[in-house]
Ligand binder design. Structure first.
Ligand code: DC
Length: 217
């Protein structure tokens, strides 16, 4: 079975998807981590962000392992390094790249063919797994999402202000929605859940109920 969780940045997708997968005994796939990994690799290789061909060439021979809780790039643990504010700000160049998106879609389908999965991203229900048995669209207001990201970055020791995080988030939302391929949009058959004002356990309960109802269909 595949459960997809899509939605804008900071809606709480990762933690909800991870805890849902654990509860269901499914594997978890964080597809944002895959785009982030290529972004980190581009930064390390000092590739010009506008050079889409060189960005796509990163994929040649790239050993990218995204497990339930770790990300390994060519065998090196990059779990923390892909989450910095700088990498987050530059992910759009990778996410906008059609050749990279096509590679990601293929790779994500290969991974999910191996087991039951909860996958999380922007295009999971619409592009990657249009036939998924259960599709969830997770949202929250701009302010709640920015606050969540801000607290996350502070806990990682980053020097940012809430206003900065909110501004970058609004820019990223707009790009995510306007992206020509794999842009963020709710699939017609996705069930929308707002995480505003909900504790993580309450979100998890809601998601479990949705999965149970999908299983009965
Ligand atoms: O969810 P996240 O913040 O880790 O995502 C990182 C970037 O990757 C963000 O710019 C959106 C993009 N992304 C995407 O285009 N498609 C996905 N399935 C997942 C993430």
């Amino acid at each position: 079975m595949i459960v997809t969780i899509d939605g804008p940045a900071g809606a709480g997708k990762s933690s909800a998807a991870r805890s849902l997968a654990k509860k269901l005994g499914f594997r978890f796939l964080d597809t944002g981590a895959m785009y982030r990994s290529v972004t980190l690799e581009a930064a390390r290789r000092k590739i010009a962000w506008e050079d889409s061909e060189s960005l796509a060439q990163i994929l040649e021979g790239l050993d990218l392992q995204v497990t339930d809780d770790r990300v390994l790039i060519n065998g090196e643990d990059a779990t923390e390094a892909i989450r910095t504010f700088d990498i987050t700000t530059h992910t759009r160049y990778v996410a906008d790249n059609l050749a990279i998106r096509q590679w990601m879609v293929r790779r994500q389908r290969e991974i999910a063919a191996q087991d039951n999965f909860v996958t999380e991203g922007r295009d999971q229900a619409t592009v990657v797994f249009p036939d998924a048995e259960c599709k969830i669209y997770l949202t929250a207001t701009d302010e709640v999402r920015a606050e969540r990201r801000y607290q996350d970055l502070l806990s990682r020791g980053e020097q940012v202000t809430l206003a900065e995080v909110l501004e970058k988030q609004q820019q990223r939302d707009q790009r995510d929605r306007q992206r020509q391929f794999g842009g963020l949009c709710k699939a017609a058959d996705s069930i929308e859940v707002s995480t505003d004002g909900l504790a993580p356990e309450e979100v998890l309960q809601k998601l479990e109920k949705i999965v149970a109802s999908c299983r009965q269909v």
